[in-house]
Design a protein around this ligand. Structure first.
Ligand code: MF3
Ligand code: CO
Length: 254
């Protein structure tokens, strides 16, 4: 259906390996991200851990992207390039987005971290974005439609007064980081391709505290909120199985 490639159980097991690498690297980054750390320091942590795990970066060189990690602070929505002069401060929120290849299969996941003592307002945005992804994951069952996934994100965050960034989306994932279909973070429900066993989707809600508009900075990558408001981002790679959604990029299933 529309070029969406279904993966076998054996292929999903390979995707799980790649995504476990990604989860491990994100754990290392989360442990290192504190007040005074630069986002370039986190790039170095990611490179070192990736090497130890004998995996390859997915972002470095992708359409010319210059790093293995995307590190997006506060009003940066996604695709923040790690920099020595971006130093984490008390109260920041930081999206870390990381992708890797292991044995030819790709993993992709992101989290928004709270740095030091974060305002209740900022923490609420981050928590709502995290839960919107969980709601979207719950929709990943055979027979549902792709619009149900997007609607789960949109309805959850808009009810709380936040807005969904429409300029970027999630994606299918497999041997390539980006495969069909595009996974929008908005509805309508009941529309779009039907989900079936073997589909693997990278779902990645990007949610703004203010308006939904995004602007790309002059580096060609850094996407910021037009109104300067905070933005949060979470991503998981999820397989549709007979037993429901399998979150490949979550370290523990318990
Ligand atoms: N998770 C993002 C995506 O799926 C990260 C890509 S960054 C890039 O598009 F540099 F590789 F494009
Ligand atoms: Co992605």
């Amino acid at each position: 259906m529309k070029g969406i490639e279904l993966k076998t159980a054996a292929q999903i097991a390979k995707l799980r390996e790649a995504n476990l690498v990604v989860a491990d690297v994100l754990d290392a980054i989360a442990a290192a991200a504190t007040v005074g750390t630069s986002t370039w320091d986190l790039e170095i942590v990611a490179r070192r851990r990736l090497k130890e795990l004998a995996a390859e970066p997915a972002f470095l060189g992708y359409r010319g992207y210059p790093a293995v990690l995307c590190a997006s602070v506060n009003n940066v929505i996604v695709h923040g390039i790690p920099r020595r002069d971006v130093v984490l401060k008390d109260g920041d929120i930081l999206s870390v987005d990381f992708g890797a290849f292991k044995n030819g299969w790709c993993g992709d996941s992101a989290r928004t971290l709270l740095i030091g003592r974060v305002s209740e307002k900022a923490a609420a945005l981050v928590e709502a974005t995290r839960i919107s992804l969980e709601r979207a994951i719950e929709q990943c069952v055979p027979g549902n439609r792709l619009g149900d996934v997007g609607w789960a994100v949109q309805s959850y965050v808009e009810k709380r007064g936040y807005s969904v960034v429409e300029q970027f989306s999630g994606h299918g994932i497999g041997r390539h980081m980006h495969e069909p279909p595009q996974v929008m973070n908005y509805g309508p429900p009941g529309r779009g391709p039907r989900l079936s066993v073997g589909m693997v989707l990278a779902i990645e809600p990007m949610v703004n505290e203010g308006g939904p508009e995004a602007v790309i900075e002059d580096d060609g990558w850094t996407a910021v909120t037009k109104d300067g408001s905070l933005s949060a981002h979470f991503e998981h790679s999820v397989a549709v199985t007979d037993n429901g959604p399998l979150v490949l990029s979550r370290a523990s299933h318990g």
